[in-house]
Design a protein around this ligand. Structure first.
Ligand SMILES: NC(=O)c1ccc[n+]([C@@H]2O[C@H](COP(=O)([O-])OP(=O)(O)OC[C@H]3O[C@@H](n4cnc5c(N)ncnc54)[C@H](OP(=O)(O)O)[C@@H]3O)[C@@H](O)[C@H]2O)c1
Length: 207
């Protein structure tokens, strides 16, 4: 399968959405998957006071409530399995993996490639799909399946880690819709993908 072919966009009835946190140097986790730099950042009173901005990006809680499906890769799935409880009980979850076996965990469906994931989304009557994990976000972007990105940038440089974005074979232009900042130094920006061809008519061309 040619990953750059984007014909699976045709007939798509759902919107692909990313909401993710990254370091200033573009990592979503350390190489061993650690995200303490995000969840347990040291207090720093010298950060500028936060502001919501004119067009504040989606808030996580509202965003999460608005999605019906979540798709992430095995890397993110294995991190979630270390949490105290399963946080996605009310959502349909698809895990992209060539190594996991479907049926081993009844809370998720395993998709061995993107076409299978897209088929599951279609059959699940998906409308708003939360796409998570660096490799999986990049795979969706390459196939033209992401419509909006909300990226929170943490005030830290790690030097090494798991990147948010990987190789693309073409430029993807974005429309900046708004930025807010927090007292923690987090800078959150909301973008639309300029040429996503959002089938639900909510893409950049319609803003
Ligand atoms: N900072 C944040 O907001 C944030 C958000 C999400 C996750 N994270 C962190 O990021 C780390 C994981 O990120 P990641 O980029 O390494 O992993 P990821 O995208 O979650 O998962 C990567 C895995 O997904 C599978 N995969 C990816 N593309 C595929 C495709 N096209 N077809 C089939 N399978 C595919 C592969 O699994 P197999 O090897 O099994 O084939 C691959 O090893 C975790 O530590 C997590 O905690 C951070």
């Amino acid at each position: 399968m040619n990953d750059s072919v984007n014909d699976i966009r045709i007939g798509r009835t759902w919107t692909g959405l990313v909401l993710i946190a990254t370091t200033l140097d573009g990592y979503i986790a350390r190489e061993d998957g650690d995200i303490e730099w995000l969840t347990n950042a040291p207090p720093e009173p010298r950060h500028a006071p936060g502001h919501r901005g004119q067009h504040p990006p989606p808030d996580y809680r509202d965003f999460y409530e608005s999605v019906d499906h979540i798709v992430f890769g095995r890397g993110t799935y294995e991190k979630v399995l270390t949490f105290d409880s399963w946080p996605y009980a009310t959502k349909r979850v698809i895990v992209l993996s060539r190594t996991l076996t479907d049926g081993d965990d009844p809370r998720v469906r395993i998709a061995r490639d993107l076409d299978i994931a897209v088929d599951l989304l279609g059959r699940g009557d998906a409308r708003r799909v939360y796409v998570d994990g660096g490799q999986v976000v990049t795979a969706f972007l390459r196939r033209g399946l992401i419509d909006e990105l909300t990226v929170s940038t943490a005030p830290v440089l790690l030097g090494f880690g798991l990147p948010l974005f990987g190789h693309l074979d073409h430029d993807i232009r974005l429309v900046h819709r708004g930025t807010s900042t927090g007292d923690t130094g987090m800078v959150t920006s909301h973008y639309l993908v300029a040429d996503a061809g959002d089938p639900l008519g909510r893409g950049a061309a319609n803003q």
